[in-house]
Write a protein that binds this ligand. Structure first.
Ligand SMILES: Nc1nc2c(ncn2[C@@H]2O[C@H](COP(=O)(O)OP(=O)(O)OP(=O)(O)O)[C@@H](O)[C@H]2O)c(=O)[nH]1
Ligand SMILES: [Mg+2]
Length: 459
């Protein structure tokens, strides 16, 4: 109501102000209507990433992020440091486990048993390089080491597990078998070589670092995050379960694990995980570079360098105190996905004809236990199917009886024949070509695993 004693001048001013306010309000309403209309017109493309576990779905998504939302990508790069570090720690722990139980767990009687672990044979060698019997014992051990498909050691971040016990040691040194080198021409650094037990002691803190990094990725009680290695007990502590090294750390897709890290008071320096890793770097390096250790890994068919999340050749760099992951590090890091998440891309960079298109990319976990992709087929415009062709001589981590390439073919057939996808564009990415090339160059025969390839040239 106008004030009762309003003068005619004041009334005119008030009416003019009200008129102005009405015009402003109408303009805002019109702008909102126009924006809604524009949004309705905006094209939305929904892409679904499919493929077996470790096929590279999340990596492909990261490539999209790197290319099309570079500012956000750069801002988030640092959050991957923990993942890279976890990959490193798990690789090193895998090596230590492959070397057999430590002396504390390895009684004298245990050490006498042939094949009780590489530690014992290294200890034997270290005890007396002059003893040819002992060297021969080692040679015998290595030549009798058996392949147990269910008992392979992997780094827990994927694996280079061979699907064929008879397959050649194609990554072995061209100069011959390790037992030959041990028995007849020991490498310069050994014997006595490295003291595995001393290194094991020096690397004990890695267990703590592992727990710390996992806890950071998986905040206690957060049910948006999957359980990791082992499970949390009633009081929220992580408890390791058996064969943990063979299990992968995973997060549910989305950015929440990154936020989890961000909240950590340790995010900025000093970061305990980082300083501990830095201190352990020389010991980790010594372990990884040692020819004895390499020989044991070869014999056990543990090919860390072929598996995902391999950073042991970059130890000095990634354990540096000021380490910040590079683009390449983020793409190479491995963090298993469980569940499903949709990422919306508002392109920062011009994409030509597609400018203004909103991209929604759905990333799913690919391991067999979660083969529930069908609900996401609805409304999908295109599917990018990832098939790592380097997997022809590997088996699935979750089912060691299944060849990876064969699994990809079956999944691909299932996708192609699904009626719900009749009008969906299918894009097939044959990736991990770099690994395929390395394998072929090293002489692994494709026909040995893919019989229909017959006697064609192995190229
Ligand atoms: N050398 C090589 N490595 C690749 C390639 N593509 C992906 N990788 C690596 O292989 C691993 C694949 O992991 P992810 O992208 O997490 O696989 P995923 O399909 O999302 O697996 P899940 O989440 O378990 O379903 C990562 O460490 C990648 O760096 C490739 O073309 N070459
Ligand atoms: Mg994934």
């Amino acid at each position: 109501m106008p004030p009762p004693d309003e003068s005619p001048d004041a009334a005119n001013r008030r009416i003019a102000a009200e008129e102005h306010a009405r015009r402003v309000s109408a303009a805002i309403d019109a702008a909102i209507r126009a924006e809604r209309q524009a949004q309705r017109k905006k094209r939305i493309v929904r892409l679904l990433l499919l493929g077996q576990s470790e096929s590279g779905k999340s990596t492909t998504l990261r490539q999209f992020q790197r290319l099309y939302t570079p500012t956000r990508w750069r801002a988030e790069r640092r959050e991957w440091r923990g993942v890279v570090h976890l990959n490193v720690v798990r690789s090193v722990l895998t090596i230590l486990e492959a070397l057999g139980p430590g002396t504390s767990e390895n009684s004298a009687s245990g050490r006498k048993r042939r094949g009780s672990g590489a530690t014992s044979m290294l200890a034997t060698l270290q005890a007396g390089p002059s003893s040819s019997t002992q060297a021969l014992e080692y040679a015998e051990y290595t030549s009798h080491a058996e392949y147990h498909p269910t008992n392979n050691y992997t780094n827990g971040v994927g694996n280079g597990v061979d699907s064929d016990p008879e397959s050649p040691d194609y990554d072995s040194d061209p100069d011959g078998h390790c037992q030959g080198r041990f028995a007849h021409s020991p490498p310069a650094s050994s014997p006595p070589g490295i003291d595995v037990e001393a290194l094991r002691l020096r690397l004990l803190p890695l267990r703590h670092v592992e727990a710390l990094l996992i806890a950071r990725l998986v905040p206690p009680g957060g049910d948006a995050f999957g359980p990791v290695i082992g499970a949390r007990n009633g009081s929220g502590e992580l408890q390791e379960t058996g064969r943990d090294r063979e299990r992968e750390v995973f997060v549910r897709p989305g950015n929440r694990w990154k936020m989890g890290q961000g909240k950590s008071p340790e995010r900025e320096a000093p970061d305990t995980a980082q300083t501990t890793l830095h201190a352990c770097a020389p010991a980790m390096s010594a372990l990884w570079r040692d020819p004895f250790v390499r020989a044991v890994l070869r014999k056990r068919k543990i090919r860390l360098e072929e598996g995902p999340g391999f950073f042991l050749n970059d130890l000095e760099r990634v354990t540096g105190l000021g380490y910040l992951p590079t683009d390449d590090d983020v793409l190479r890091a491995r963090l298993k996905t469980v569940g499903v998440a949709e990422y919306t891309f508002e392109m920062e960079v011009s994409t030509g004809r597609e400018t203004g298109t909103e991209w929604r990319i759905v990333d799913v976990g690919g391991s067999r236990s979660q083969a529930t992709w069908v609900p996401f087929f609805d409304d999908v415009d295109a599917i990018i199917f990832l098939a790592p062709i380097s997997g022809f001589d590997q088996v699935l981590a979750e089912d060691r009886g299944v060849n990876r390439l064969e699994d990809s073919v079956l999944l691909w057939k299932a996708v192609c024949s699904n009626k719900l996808l009749a009008s969906v564009d299918l894009v097939l990415f044959l990736n991990k070509c770099d690994i395929l090339e390395r394998k072929l160059k090293a002489g692994v025969k494709l026909a040995r695993y893919v019989r229909s390839y017959a006697d064609r040239e192995n190229n």
